[in-house]
Design a binder for this molecule. Structure first.
Ligand code: FE
Length: 192
């Protein structure tokens, strides 16, 4: 099968208590796995099966192929935005860009949490680099990917209910607080 579920770079329990082993078991092992299986089924015997995932994300027409490719890409990116050694504040060029756009890291976290909480329905909250060089906050609905808008994704938080319902039920804000405790700033900085 051309598209593969990436292995997590940490054990299932490594993000606990912020994100539980049970959440990762379902989110990675069931939800993400299902997107990959569906993507493989949809592309089987077509030219899409020969293309890199990013190409499918960028070029597939709206519909099931674009949705499953988008979800595969977004989740593969999300797992790398989390780390058992995460949390704290960013440094280097990323920190400079965040200070220019938001003032402080606390301001960034507050604005990110507000945008993510206000996202109606399923979707993703992103920190991106815009073509004008600004670090910005964006949200995308459902499976939509920032690449479609010309933004470079730096960091994402999955705001689908399956990302937090096991651990936090309806309390999105608790999930967002937990996210900042395991956020992988080193990964985000490498995307610049
Ligand atoms: Fe998800």
């Amino acid at each position: 099968m051309p598209f593969k579920l990436p292995e997590l770079q940490y054990p299932l329990g490594a993000l606990s208590p912020h994100i539980s082993a049970e959440t990762l078991e379902f989110h990675h092992g069931k939800h993400h796995a299902k997107y990959v299986d569906t993507l493989n089924a949809l592309t089987k015997g077509t030219e899409w099966a020969e293309r890199p995932l990013e190409d499918v994300v960028r070029k597939a027409a709206p519909g099931p192929l674009a949705n499953n490719a988008g979800q595969h890409w977004n989740h593969s990116f999300y797992w790398q935005c989390l780390s058992p050694k995460g949390g704290g504040d960013p440094s280097g060029k990323l920190a400079d860009g965040i200070r220019r756009s938001f003032g402080s890291f606390d301001d960034l976290r507050r604005e990110f949490n507000a945008a993510a909480s206000e996202l109606f329905g399923s979707g993703w909250a992103w920190l991106v680099l815009e073509p004008n060089g600004n670090v910005s906050l964006k949200t995308t609905p459902n499976a939509e990917n920032p690449l479609l808008h010309g933004w470079v994704p730096l960091l994402t938080c999955d705001m689908w209910e399956h990302a937090y319902y096991i651990d936090y039920r309806h309390a999105k804000k608790k999930y967002l607080a937990a996210f900042w405790n395991v956020v992988n700033w080193e990964f985000a900085a490498r995307q610049l």
